[in-house]
Design a protein around this ligand. Structure first.
Ligand code: ZN
Length: 435
């Protein structure tokens, strides 16, 4: 049992990258805390344990680095206070532990009514526009919690209520399970703080007369956006790059749905000009010549890519193709066998045509549910793309990848916001997650 006299401060996080810096900074506060609680212990779970950590342990024998642990439960159970962000904070809250939230970007503090909203939008400190840390306050907050069991209970209660209200465990846990299934990605992709995936459709030279769904971007605007990405140091990648672990420091994925001929006419020249990559989602039905599915809704008719254009783009190495089903139908209106045909069938047809594996599937209309996700995974896709707004963090469900919507009048300022962590969280907070 953790008690006031022998308190255990548990820190969970990987010991590399920005997280490692944060953890080392937390441990620099240890002497202050030991002064007040001479029998306190810090337990750090996460790897890899390197010389710098062994040095800390040598200087402070009450600091223990446990390395990576598959089963965290016993650690949470013996903790008096847990320090962490994201998944760690969620799990600790589930165990009814008092959580001090701190992430890669900012310090949130012990969860209470006054900071619970900030905790949510920042993913417990992992996501914030600038780095803001107050190490002295952290030490004071730890001491205050260790001193006062009632306060600890209140913090644990706030966390537990937040969890119940916001993070439906039925939703969160299958996503975590997926994470562990995909160990392939764990070591590599978890290094990526955030991978923006932008969603476009048509690329047009001029403003169309009829654009019911506003699913276009003007060539000149797209060019400005590509220039902007280059200036900001982003490097465009494809899903194959992700799988082959060719991951630059600031990766971004540009996606274009439906496979319009205007992608060949206006996007492809820009990709060549700036040496950038894109992923285009096409229908497996090569007889489909236009966006016939949009016409009953009153959208203008646009030509789809011809087979020779698709193959030429693929040969350039700048364009990867993914599946957008066979018939562009709402999958949740279909029976299981028909869904399988659209999902697995389109993969087979496209792979025969492209003579390459197809790694990703963009759900038509962004329409999916648990069954559709399971079918997509079983069909052999590694990535399922939704039209949900949000950041892509590879600690989540790869069959439910969110994208950032790009609209015709997205200005450079909007664009900056759209590619920043803060904006994405802000939208979530303001309830504008789905469009
Ligand atoms: Zn579509």
């Amino acid at each position: 049992m953790a008690s006031n006299s022998n308190p255990v401060i548990l820190i969970v996080g990987r010991l590399s990258g920005p997280k490692n810096e944060v953890i080392l900074n937390i441990l620099r506060q240890a002497p202050q805390i030991f002064k007040r609680f001479p029998r306190a212990r810090f337990i750090v779970v996460g790897g890899p344990v390197k010389d710098v950590h062994r040095q800390v342990q040598k200087e402070n024998p009450a600091v223990h680095f446990e390395g990576h642990q598959a089963n965290l439960k016993p650690y949470y159970q013996k903790a008096t206070v847990v320090i962490g962000a994201g998944r760690v904070a969620l799990e600790a809250m589930r165990q009814k532990k008092a959580v001090i939230a701190i992430g890669e970007r900012t310090y949130i503090g012990p969860l209470g009514p006054e900071n619970v909203e900030k905790a949510k939008v920042t993913n417990f400190g992992d996501c914030w526009e600038t780095e803001v840390f107050d190490w002295d306050r952290l030490a004071k907050d730890v001491i205050a919690l260790l001193k006062d069991p009632q306060r600890r209970n209140k913090v644990a209660q706030t966390g537990h209520e937040l969890l119940k209200a916001e993070y439906d465990m039925k939703k969160v846990y299958p996503q975590m399970a997926t994470l562990y299934d995909r160990v392939l990605f764990e070591s590599n992709l978890s290094q990526i703080h955030e991978l923006p995936i932008l969603m476009y459709h048509q690329v047009l030279e001029e403003e169309p007369k009829l654009a019911k769904f506003n699913l276009h971007v003007l060539t000149q605007d797209l060019e400005k956006q590509l220039q902007f990405l280059k200036r900001k140091g982003f490097e465009t990648i494809t899903f194959e790059d992700l799988l082959k672990k060719r991951i630059p420091k600031k990766p971004i994925i540009l996606t274009f749905d439906d496979g319009y001929e205007n992608n060949y006419d206006h996007l492809f020249p820009l990709l060549k000009k700036y040496d950038m990559k894109a992923v285009i989602y096409i229908l497996a039905d090569r007889k489909a010549k236009t966006n016939y599915w949009d016409l009953p809704e009153g959208e203008a008719e646009h030509q789809l890519l011809r087979p020779d254009q698709i193959l030429e783009m693929q040969r350039s190495g700048l364009v990867e193709f993914g599946s957008h089903s066979i018939n562009h139908v709402r999958l949740n209106t279909l029976k299981k066998a028909a869904i399988e045909k659209e999902v697995a069938g389109s993969k087979k047809i496209l792979e025969q045509f492209l003579k390459k594996p197809v790694h990703s599937f963009a759900y038509p209309y962004g329409n999916f549910n648990e069954e559709i996700k399971a079918i997509t995974r079983t069909a052999g896709y590694t990535f399922g793309l939704t039209v949900k707004h949000g950041p892509t963090r590879f600690g989540g469900d790869l069959m439910e990848i969110k994208r950032v919507h790009m609209f015709p009048h997205t200005t450079m300022f909007d664009f900056l916001k759209k590619t920043s962590c803060f904006y994405l969280r802000y939208r979530k907070l303001s309830g504008k997650e789905d469009v």
